[in-house]
Design a protein around this ligand. Structure first.
Ligand code: ADP
Length: 269
């Protein structure tokens, strides 16, 4: 039986309308879901930064208490003078050592929290000058560090200095037995970022644990080298807040490690 063209057109028109209505409904649901996601993200970010601030305040208060404890122990030691017996002197020394180590840990925790919540400055930072300051604090070991020409970037001077300080001091710390340390700091320009490299000829880091090294309080080498395992996690926080990435590669010629990171720096238009 032949279909009446008018009723066929009407049928198609109704179908089109139904499909339009379904599409509008799907768009409405998608928009709603996107909005919910934005709100949830914003809440999460606020809660995170509140937690960081909280950790910062607690760490700061604990630090002041510990400074007090170390101070009292010193006073007891000097008041007792020669009267302090060997046993008591030993106990006071051990208590002072523990309290000082704990203070160091708290300082690191504080630095980690600050690297997350401190307001990010956007200054012009001459990375060459940053390196000069870092090397000034390295004493004689600085002579093992070779610095190539470094650029000026936009970022937070104190936080960027912390990144270079952590990487350079690690490079000078994780030295392989019987090998003179050799460290090189360099920079190359990528399309919309500067890429920095700190490479050493030290003990190296096996590929399968490289990501783990960036987790807070994670130490891959416990026994022979001092540290708290917070430095690299601070580096990752700071770099990511500057819109960059940080990772570890094999060192030059398969010896040691290369720490590579980027700092977002789009070309001026
Ligand atoms: P810390 O040096 O205080 O232990 P970091 O967070 O700076 O803490 O480093 C985490 C771990 O990564 C270190 O314990 C060490 O095992 C490893 N590591 C870091 N830098 C180097 C390096 N240049 N060479 C070899 N291992 C390294």
């Amino acid at each position: 039986m032949a279909t009446d063209p008018a009723s066929e057109i009407e049928r198609l028109r109704r179908r089109l309308e139904r499909e339009r209505a379904t599409r509008r409904e799907a768009e409405r649901i998608a928009e709603r879901a996107l909005l919910d996601l934005h709100v949830a993200n914003r809440e999460l970010a606020t809660q995170n930064s509140e937690l960081e601030r909280f950790a910062g305040v607690i760490a700061h208060d604990l630090r002041s208490q510990l400074t007090g404890v170390v101070g009292y122990l010193g006073t007891v030691r000097s008041r007792l003078g020669d009267e302090v017996g060997d046993r008591a002197a030993d106990l006071i020394d051990r208590a002072t050592d523990s309290a000082s180590r704990m203070a160091g840990l708290i300082d690191d925790l504080l630095a980690y929290a600050r690297a997350g919540y401190a307001e990010l400055r956007r200054d012009e930072v001459d990375v060459g000058v940053v390196l000069e300051r870092v090397l000034d604090d390295c004493g004689e070991a600085a002579s093992s560090v070779d610095v190539e020409r470094l650029p000026i970037v936009t970022g937070d001077p104190a936080l960027l200095m912390q990144v270079f300080r952590n990487l350079v001091t690690n490079a000078l710390k994780y030295v392989a037995d019987g090998r003179e340390p050799k460290v090189r700091v360099s920079a190359t320009r990528a399309a919309d970022a500067w890429q920095f490299t700190v490479s050493d000829n030290g003990i190296g880091i096996p590929e399968d644990v490289r990501e783990r090294a960036f987790e807070p309080f994670e130490r891959l080498e416990r026994s022979d080298y001092e540290g708290t395992g917070i430095g690299l996690s601070i580096c990752r926080r700071v770099v990511e807040r500057h819109g960059g990435r940080i990772w570890i590669e094999d060192g030059h010629g398969g010896t040691g490690s290369r720490f590579v990171f980027t700092i977002l720096d789009p070309p001026q238009r």
